[in-house]
Write a protein that binds this ligand. Structure first.
Ligand SMILES: [Fe+2]
Length: 354
């Protein structure tokens, strides 16, 4: 499953939405507020760059897809409702975070203070779209990371030189080179980008070259397999405000390896929610695998057979998963609130050494 050939890659990209819609998407989050016929305004991306397109093996991540070109996702009406929700007094008061790399972020406010946003990202039709583009069936990693907001006011347009080359230490990067904590992200533009320039995502390809992907316009989004690709967010210029909403995703299947880390989110999170929800979903996935293994073991005992290879595979998988999780649950007193610069610098250094 994790090593598709280039042909399989292309085939899987052509799969219809029907497959995703037919999948078991029964979600308790389907509610009365988000109406896909009114609030989705989907138009297919012009192009989806594969991992192979940018010089990586198709099997390097959890999907053969690297990044999409921007695509229309939500209607104007949906974006206005979302904006109302994030600008609510309680959200701004209780869910604001800032760090040494981002001045203002809003996190962990859904579903309590943002039922519409919550429903929008959990709706089976939205998930079918994101999954189809990502080339793997996805669900939001956890509720806490639904609708992460980045707020900034871009500098004046005149400061921008579009001919400037992006160098390693380029000061036009708003977030330096890094890999995300979660397998996939969908970045949605919430602001009018008329008159704004810049704001692209720069990717480092397998051959070390830099590839820029255009930023989305209001109501549009990009999907990126950010856990497996070094990338940086470039500064935008012009315009009054720039608000992006970032929702993170993981594969729905508990059988696909989960490389989720909490490095980039731990310093800007309520740890009770972040740790609780991380452990919860990982234990739910482990529960599914354990129940499956239990059934197999009982069946083979009945048949007087044994499958040592399968037992060992299962045990190795669980040991790796739990060891990985254990490393991510860092003691609270060791988490430096708001300190993310080092995380980015570590990533940049690591890359230079490699
Ligand atoms: Fe990122």
């Amino acid at each position: 499953m994790l090593n598709p050939s280039p042909k399989e890659t292309q085939e899987s990209l052509k799969r219809s939405f029907a497959k995703y819609l037919a999948a078991d998407n029964s979600s308790p989050a389907v509610g009365k507020l988000f109406d896909p016929s009114k609030h989705l305004s989907y138009e297919e991306p012009e192009y989806i760059h594969t991992m192979e397109d940018i010089g990586f093996p198709a099997s390097s991540g959890v999907s053969p897809v690297a990044v999409s070109e921007p695509f229309r996702l939500f209607s104007e009406e949906a974006i206005s409702i979302m904006r109302e929700e994030i600008f609510a007094k309680e959200v701004l008061e209780k869910h604001s975070y800032s760090s040494d790399i981002a001045q203002k972020q809003l996190r962990g406010y859904a579903p309590k203070h943002a039922k519409f946003i919550f429903e929008a990202w959990k709706h089976p039709e939205t998930l079918a779209i994101i999954s189809k583009i990502a080339g793997v069936e996805l669900v939001p990693v956890m509720d806490y990371d639904i609708g992460h907001i980045n707020l900034s006011v871009p500098g004046k347009k005149t400061e921008y030189n579009s001919d400037a080359l992006i160098a390693e230490d380029d000061d036009t990067a708003i977030v330096d080179w890094h890999r995300d904590s979660y397998p996939f992200v969908c970045v949605l533009m919430m602001s009018d980008t008329t008159g704004m320039v810049g704001g692209e995502t720069a990717l480092r390809t397998g051959t070390g070259e830099i590839k820029k992907v255009r930023g989305p316009q209001k109501g549009s989004a990009v999907v990126l397999q950010g856990r497996y690709i070094d990338h940086q967010a470039l500064r935008a210029f012009g315009g009054q405000e720039r608000i992006t909403m970032v929702t993170s995703f993981r594969p729905r299947s508990p059988w696909i390896r989960d490389d989720t880390v909490l490095t980039t989110v731990r310093p800007v999170s309520n740890l009770s929610d972040l740790y609780g929800q991380t452990v919860e979903y990982q234990l739910e996935n482990a529960e599914t695998r354990i129940r499956h293994m239990l059934k197999n073991i009982r069946d083979s005992m009945k048949a007087g057979a044994t499958d040592v290879k399968a037992i060992k595979f299962f045990l190795e998988f669980e040991i790796n998963a739990l060891t990985h999780l254990n490393k991510e649950i860092v003691e609270e007193h060791l988490v430096a609130k708001g300190h993310l610069k080092e995380v980015c610098e570590d990533a940049a250094k690591r890359k230079k050494v490699e």
